[in-house]
Design a protein around this ligand. Sequence first.
Ligand SMILES: [Zn+2]
Ligand SMILES: [Zn+2]
Length: 251
Amino acid sequence: MQESIGFDPSLVSYILIFITLSLIIFIRYLITAGMYHFLVFKSLKNRQSPRILQSQEFSSDQMKSEVIRSGISSLLFSGIAVLMLGLYLNDFTLIYEDWSDYPIWYHPLGIILILILQDTYYYWLHRWMHISSVFRIVHKWHHDSIHTNSMTSFSFHPIETLLQGVLFPILILLIPLHLYCLIFIFILMTISAIINHGAVEIYPKSERLGWIQKWIIGATHHDLHHRKFLFNYGLYFTFWDRIMGTEHDNK
Ligand SMILES: [Zn+2]
Ligand SMILES: [Zn+2]
């Protein structure tokens, strides 16, 4: 099923991988969130586009604190990635490298399954994090950004980062996934988080494509979560908010 990998990293190698991955994750955040802020948000704002959300009032001090908190998140996500690498290199996971190991239809199905499971986990974790005693410790850092921008996308309390990240080492033990599909999901997570916090609605509003905003979470949906607190808890999809009656009227 899986090719063996002739690489057995020592503890020093793991530490070097941890440092390198931390830098890659943090620099990836700075570049992608920074580019979105300047190339999408700023350029649309300069053109006074109606796609800019009314609530964009973030300060540079807020952005600085978001970048520092995101640096801490990068270290913790890197630690989780090193754990996943250790599990993978020691053949504990169901990650595969040969596309022919599963039928062609399984590869996209694996991605969709992971996204639905992650969305479900996050919805209920998020509901729990809004219990006031939990909120004060675990989730307030993220909500210090009442008016979000793309830099908010990775700004979490360390406990929240760990609670979000712990799902993936478990999922790769249980669900077969091609290595490239896993990398694709990580890229999608980054893009989705930036879009949802970027203070600009990029999804179409036309009648024909209105289903996108109805079912896929975007900036309007998540901006309402940051401003109204008790609505719109989902991560990628709106279905849990719709089922549980927690979707805000303005969507
Ligand atoms: Zn929240
Ligand atoms: Zn948020």
